[in-house]
Design a protein around this ligand. Structure first.
Ligand code: BES
Ligand code: MN
Ligand code: ZN
Length: 477
């Protein structure tokens, strides 16, 4: 759990305190003793930006964020500074701290709070010894500009991010497709989201050949999770549909992954978890937007009944697909979901998926690979949201000739192209199942970090949640 953030109307004596300021000039007069002022001034001259010191019964942390032209860089500096501060406070076993927004800068304070809270995240469920558990439980914010509503929305987003990270960090020994559906359902219902979980019989009736095909080698049944958040007077006349890849474990299937390629494949449902986390945040914050979430869920396993290379699947939209490689399974389950999305007549559909190693090789872990068709303006808005929350999107093209490689001699499509441009060809495959403004986000890179990456942490980052919520908030303004 992240520390709870609460608005406060003053500074309580004895509280641990963070003062966020542009420079020593803007620090409040009369707050510091002369030696403290000299100490802060000296450090500042040495270009130190985080200056903690002890006042016997509490800590004071002065944090300078120098003026920086690019607001996205400035906000990101605040988040990473927040992470460093939480690390310092937890190391000193602090349980509470208050942030004093000295310059009344809403965005900067919010970013610092976000970085602090996200940085505190830990996945300790399976640790017997919880000795290393963070102690920080509450962060107060004292600010002339941060409103109660801002704080409530931030807590909602942080809850959504936490939820997503927990699911992504869960191993397959706990998180079967059934458990994945159960976890999402119970949290979603509490947040006022309508949930329908389709089981295998229903998937057969719907002829979801992609999802059923991938599931054939499994000892666990597949599920199709449908979430719908429809507030009283939504600002969008037609729903936004979010689709998330929900492979709870990707062994590769009969084309079994080798070497270390299977190591983090418990995270192959990060797209689905992000869709659920974002919807939880939107519903908890009661944003007036109509959103539908679709999450096809199964593992990808080899076995006597598993699909093999050469098999042909009949998909939900009636198209036939020749399976070339059973490890290109994400696109098979997503294709059914994208085709199912048509019944909502969506304003826009966005999918999130840990889809290809190719995307990671192309742009690394610092960005999301984005593709779009017929959604140029929405894509620009999403890209801008990406810079704002620092879940940045790099656009790859979906030019038609990239689709050539998906031609099959015996079926309508095959599920694999050549060795090059794998992320784009996967996007082209998905696009064939859409008939509405469409954005595809390949999050294989930034969804999980082996080594700690500032406030994104070690393990699951929760990527996609803040991005989607920011984008959705943009639509209602
Ligand atoms: N889930 C993987 C993609 C992935 C790779 C996610 C690394 C996270 C980190 C996907 O299902 C997959 O196996 N992709 C293959 C496709 C290949 C068989 C065409 C890949 O990218 O290697
Ligand atoms: Mn795979
Ligand atoms: Zn996969």
């Amino acid at each position: 759990m992240h520390p709870r953030i609460i608005a406060q109307t003053g500074i309580t004596h004895g509280d641990n305190l963070i003062l966020l300021a542009e420079s020593p000039k803007t620090l409040p007069a009369g707050f510091f003793s002369d030696p403290e002022i000299r100490f802060i001034g000296d450090r500042h001259k040495q270009k130190v930006e985080m200056i903690p010191f002890n006042r016997l019964d509490h800590w004071v942390v002065v944090q300078f964020i120098p003026a920086e032209k690019d607001r996205n860089q400035r906000w990101e500096k605040c988040r990473t500074a927040g992470d460093k501060i939480q690390s310092f406070l937890n190391r000193h076993q602090a349980t509470r701290v208050a942030l004093f927004d000295v310059d009344s800068k809403n965005d900067e304070s919010m970013a610092l709070l976000e970085g602090m809270a996200m940085g505190c995240y830990q996945f300790l469920k399976y640790k017997t010894d919880k000795e290393d558990a963070n102690t920080l439980k509450e962060i107060g914010i004292f600010s002339g500009t941060v409103t109660k509503k801002n704080v409530a929305e931030l807590n909602a987003v942080l809850n959504g991010v936490d939820f997503t990270r927990n699911l992504v960090n869960e191993p397959n020994s706990y998180l079967t497709a059934a458990m994945f559906a159960k976890e999402i359902e119970s949290s979603a219902v509490k947040a006022g989201i309508a949930v329908e979980v389709l089981s295998k019989k229903k998937l057969e009736a719907l002829q979801m050949g992609g999802l059923l095909g991938v599931n054939k080698g499994s000892h666990e049944p597949p599920f199709f999770i449908i979430l719908e958040y429809k507030p009283g007077k939504p600002k969008n006349p037609k729903p936004i549909v979010l689709v998330g890849k929900g492979i709870v474990y990707d062994t590769g299937g009969m084309d079994l992954k080798t070497g270390s390629h299977m190591e983090n494949m418990k995270t192959d449902m990060a797209g689905g978890a992000a869709v659920a986390g974002a919807m939880l945040a939107v519903a908890t914050a009661k944003l007036p937007v109509h959103i539908v979430g679709l999450i096809p869920a199964t593992d990808n396993w080899p076995g006597p009944l598993a699909i093999v290379s050469g098999d042909i699947l009949k998909m939900h939209n009636g198209m036939t697909v020749e399976v070339i490689n059973t490890d290109a399974e994400g696109r098979l389950i997503l294709a059914d979901a994208l085709s199912y999305a048509k019944r909502y007549d969506p304003l826009l559909t966005i999918d999130l998926a840990t889809l290809t190693g190719s995307a990671v090789r192309a742009i690394g872990k610092r960005a999301i690979a984005g593709m779009q068709s017929d959604a140029g303006q929405a894509f620009e808005q999403l890209r801008a949201s990406g810079f704002d929350v620092y879940e940045r999107i790099v656009e790859l093209p979906l030019w038609d000739d990239y689709g050539e490689e998906l031609k099959s001699k015996i079926a309508d499509l095959k599920n694999l192209g050549g060795p090059e441009a794998g992320a784009i060809i996967a996007g082209k495959f998905l696009q064939k199942f859409t008939s509405y403004p469409y954005i595809h986000l390949d999050i294989a890179g930034p969804s999980f970090f082996d080594k700690r990456d500032s406030y994104r942490g070690q393990g699951a980052s929760g990527v996609g949640v803040r991005l989607l919520v920011k984008f959705i908030k943009g639509i209602i303004n």
